[in-house]
Design a protein around this ligand. Structure first.
Ligand SMILES: Cc1cc2nc3c(=O)[nH]c(=O)nc-3n(C[C@H](O)[C@H](O)[C@H](O)COP(=O)(O)O)c2cc1C
Length: 172
């Protein structure tokens, strides 16, 4: 699948088949995430892979927008480092860098998964306190997203419309 096709046909999928995802396939999508660009090449991301149904259920119960999470056979908790020092770079900028770099890694992951026939949904509805109870998050890292991942259940949803391209571009 070429990159533009992957970008255009990737969808947020919230219904999954119970079929397990092989470890080597998971590793390949995580490797795609890890090849993302990052500010100062800090690679501030950290990925916690979980196949535990009970954890997904607890997270779903505590959420508003992740009720579908237990249907996915795998979840990836994406964390980022907000605490590193960047010399003269202001701390706020460092935090933005970490968020931007980790978002780039997430998008790589979603596209790589899609290109391999897997379905994903990026979830930003997080309860950080609960996640800290359920997982061992390395010191200095903060959870920023959950990726629900698995094979899609049935027909993938249609594309939610995008705003007209002209509305989000100015040529200056
Ligand atoms: C930062 C971020 C947070 C999101 N959080 C959620 C979420 O908590 N629950 C959910 O169902 N979808 C979530 N989404 C998915 C969006 O709803 C989805 O990307 C958007 O509606 C466009 O649909 P598409 O991904 O199929 O193109 C999130 C996406 C992003 C980028």
């Amino acid at each position: 699948m070429d990159v533009m096709t992957a970008i255009r046909t990737r969808r947020s999928v919230r219904r999954f088949s119970p079929e397990e995802v092989p470890d080597d396939l998971l590793r390949s999508v995580l490797e795609a995430a890890h090849w993302a660009p990052s500010a100062h090449n800090r690679q501030p991301w950290y990925f916690i892979v979980s196949r535990e149904q009970e954890k997904r259920e607890k997270i779903a119960q505590a959420s508003t927008w992740a009720k579908f999470l237990p249907a996915a056979p795998v979840m990836i908790l994406v964390c980022t480092r907000l605490d590193y020092k960047g010399g003269p770079t202001p701390q706020k900028m460092i935090e933005w860098f970490s968020i931007q770099s980790t978002a780039a890694a997430i998008q790589n992951l979603l596209l790589a998964a899609h290109s391999q026939g897997l379905a994903t949904c990026w979830i930003g509805d997080l309860n950080s306190a609960l996640l800290a109870e359920l997982f061992t998050i390395p010191k200095g890292y903060e959870p920023v997203a959950i990726i629900a991942l698995g094979y899609p259940a049935a027909a993938v949803p249609g594309a939610p419309p995008r705003r007209p391209l002209e509305d989000v571009i100015s040529w200056q």
